[in-house]
Design a protein around this ligand. Structure first.
Ligand code: SF4
Length: 180
């Protein structure tokens, strides 16, 4: 299938590209992350998503960020939530809803997300939200499986990709607990 991959960052997407291609899919990266703050950090991660695209021959679509809207629609009233609490579920839904719209707009057959690679992110929550947003058009890929995170570490080191040390929003700049 022709799949649009919501791409949180280059390191996570490195494994997803490999896994999706091995499953027979064509992949396009969709860098849509209005959650990321400050703007320099958004641009740095974008630069390395584009680097990954160039190295692997994968097209990249960049969704211009609107952090103000993200604050209003996602974080307002949930600023004090712990990481992987309600603010994060709202954030996953926001980014996956934008990816679903982009899939429709650009004529892709299906979509999924690189968010499930990270050991800091709860795959069951992300997959349930993806299904609610996209129904059968959402590929429920848990990229943690088959040592996906280790593969992303190895690939992204080899490609020389920048790896951030916080999730992205202004409320996440501290370590989060590990998840399955
Ligand atoms: S911690 Fe990460 S997933 Fe949670 S709201 Fe912030 S950017 Fe989104």
């Amino acid at each position: 299938m022709n799949v649009l991959l919501h791409t949180c960052c280059g390191p996570c997407a490195s494994h997803c590209i490999r896994a999706l291609r091995e499953a027979g899919h064509d992949v396009t990266l969709f860098y849509s992350n209005s959650n990321i703050w400050p703007p320099d950090e958004f641009r740095l991660r974008q630069e390395h998503v584009e680097k990954l695209g160039a190295i692997t021959g994968t097209p990249v679509i960049v969704d211009p960020p609107d952090h103000e809207e993200w604050e209003e629609r996602v974080a307002k009233g949930y600023e004090q939530e712990p990481e992987n609490g309600e603010r994060c579920s709202r954030c996953f839904r926001y980014n996956l809803t934008k990816t679903y719209a982009a899939m429709e707009e650009h004529g892709f057959e299906a979509f999924t997300t690189s968010l499930t690679v990270s050991p800091h992110k709860p795959s069951p929550t992300i997959l349930a939200i993806g299904k609610e947003v996209g129904g059968d058009r959402f590929l429920p890929e848990n990229f943690k499986k088959k040592d996906g995170y280790l593969d992303s570490l190895r690939l992204s080191r080899g490609y020389g990709l920048y790896r951030q040390n916080y999730c992205g929003c202004p409320y996440s700049q501290r370590p989060a607990p590990l998840r399955t």
